[in-house]
Design a protein around this ligand. Structure first.
Ligand code: PAF
Length: 300
């Protein structure tokens, strides 16, 4: 694996042969099995796999959150190398934003909802940095987790709207042995918080069972998810909502591909999760994600 720090070096490292398919895995770092799943998907489908690590200041609306984000590039490099990454692009702030960018990418119609309202500027920060990474690295495919459902909708749309020559590849959420969605933030949970945090996913899994049993009412699914979070000690639920997967608009009935999204604060850690409601031959098929058998690398 090669370590690069500039876009030019990264492109040169990728294009050592012509006509090779390049897959990009953009990350904020502090890798866990969710990142590994993205890298492995890229590995299966690409000749050269590039992963980036950049803690993007534009997408953090609280300075304290930006500072608390865990960072350990050596640790990440070991995990990325083992996952089959060929080029690990770790730009410093001057390569990415030597001065505050005057150009911002915003998709207002996809940046609202309960998540966007709580994080003003977040989705524009994501859209701006993702556009820059896609423009600078020039991959053929880029891999994004379903865990960040609104981000996935936003990135898919910006690529379509701007005709960027890249395919966005969604990857299923990876969950711990008890269902908790992997997140670098899990490393900051106390042991009590870790036990309570599972309420986010257990509510979603109950909602998935209800969908399998024929439930289509968004209000009922929201109630199931909220109730699980409300019952967990120390969990402050923020919202549960069912939205269309492409337009992120709230829906009342599960009649299209959509997701049930939840958010809650556990101790001082804010967590999000969701359940995609796919359609398979006219049947709603909840995507429960991929479950680990072992404790996650996020705690190591
Ligand atoms: O999902 C993330 O890790 C980030 O939002 C991303 C896509 C790397 C942009 O900074």
């Amino acid at each position: 694996m090669r370590l690069t720090t500039t876009f030019a070096e990264t492109r040169a490292a990728m294009r050592t042969a012509t006509d090779r398919i390049a897959g990009l895995v953009p990350t904020l770092g502090y890798w866990h099995e969710g990142h590994v799943a993205l890298a492995e998907a890229a590995r299966r489908e690409s000749d050269v796999v590039v992963a980036s690590i950049f803690v993007n200041p534009l997408q953090f609306n609280q300075q304290a959150d930006l500072e608390a984000y865990p960072r350990d590039v050596d640790r990440d490099a070991g995990i990325a190398d083992a996952a089959g990454v060929d080029v690990l692009f770790v730009p410093d702030a001057s390569e990415m934003f030597s001065e505050p960018p005057m150009t911002r990418v915003s998709i207002d119609a996809l940046s609202g909802g309960p998540e966007g309202e709580r994080r003003p500027g977040h989705f524009s920060g994501v859209a701006t940095v993702v556009t820059k990474l896609l423009a600078g690295v020039q991959p053929d495919r880029a891999y994004f987790g379903r865990k960040d459902a609104q981000q996935l909708a936003l990135v898919s749309r910006l690529v379509r709207d701007l005709s960027l020559p890249v395919e966005i590849q969604p990857v299923a959420t990876v969950r711990e042995f008890d269902g908790l969605a992997l997140s670098s933030r899990n490393a900051r949970l106390t042991s009590g918080g870790r036990a309570a945090a599972v309420s986010l996913s257990s509510g979603l899994m109950r909602a998935a069972d209800a969908v399998d049993a024929g439930e289509r009412s968004a209000a009922v699914l929201v109630e199931i998810a909220m109730e699980a979070m409300e019952r967990a000690p120390g969990v402050r639920p923020e919202y549960a909502v069912v939205a269309g997967a492409d337009d992120v608009q709230e829906i009342e009935t599960v009649d299209r591909v959509s997701f049930l999204a939840v958010a809650a604060t556990v101790g001082d850690v804010r967590l999000i999760d969701n359940l995609y409601l796919d359609f398979d031959e006219g049947r709603v098929a909840p995507d429960r994600g991929v479950w680990l058998q072992e404790p996650s690398a996020v705690y190591r």
